[in-house]
Ligand binder design. Sequence first.
Ligand SMILES: CC(C)(COP(=O)(O)OP(=O)(O)OC[C@H]1O[C@@H](n2cnc3c(N)ncnc32)[C@H](O)[C@@H]1OP(=O)(O)O)[C@@H](O)C(=O)NCCC(=O)NCCS
Length: 171
Amino acid sequence: MLEVRRLAGAELHAQLPALAEVLADCVAGGASVSYLEPFSVADARAAFEEWAAEVDAGRRLVLAAFSDRELVGTVQVILAAPPNQPHRGEIAKMLVHRSARRRGIAALLMEQAELEARAEGKTLLVLDTVTGDAAERLYTRLGWSRVGVIPGYALYPDGRPCDTTVFYKSI
Ligand SMILES: CC(C)(COP(=O)(O)OP(=O)(O)OC[C@H]1O[C@@H](n2cnc3c(N)ncnc32)[C@H](O)[C@@H]1OP(=O)(O)O)[C@@H](O)C(=O)NCCC(=O)NCCS
């Protein structure tokens, strides 16, 4: 059974270890999501603690996907924006544990993230992702518009450079 829901308050803090496991697994699998090797579960936990503080401050949403009550995926919506962009949100850290991929979990997470962003008054979402990976196909399939590619924008965890594709979606 799959369930996606927004995490906040005590539940978010209780799920920090499971969220950290998913982030660490994605980096171990070579995902370019801000971090370089070596990257431990403790490093991942520290990152999620910072994001949880932003959730507590109303600046960010964290959603999680559960398979048979086990947390297997997560995505974030950055709500904080400059005063002249109150309608714009950003999708970040779409992560599905390697053991749970190719079951539609990311698609479910994104569907719920868009609903939650809309409920927060957002009408425009943006994101960027590694060019040529599963995530790029995901966003294209879900109706996101591809703005273009920035060559050599980021690094894979092993230090190789990677290109980034920028997307947007009106919701
Ligand atoms: C990108 C990522 C989030 C996708 O997660 P996912 O849950 O596997 O995504 P989905 O299951 O919705 O779709 C993935 C593939 O499975 C397929 N699929 C979905 N449901 C399926 C099912 N029931 N049976 C078989 N295939 C299925 C999709 O069609 C898609 O195929 P494609 O990659 O060949 O186009 C995941 O690969 C990941 O965490 N990657 C590392 C982190 C990362 O790069 N994040 C993006 C940062 S912006």
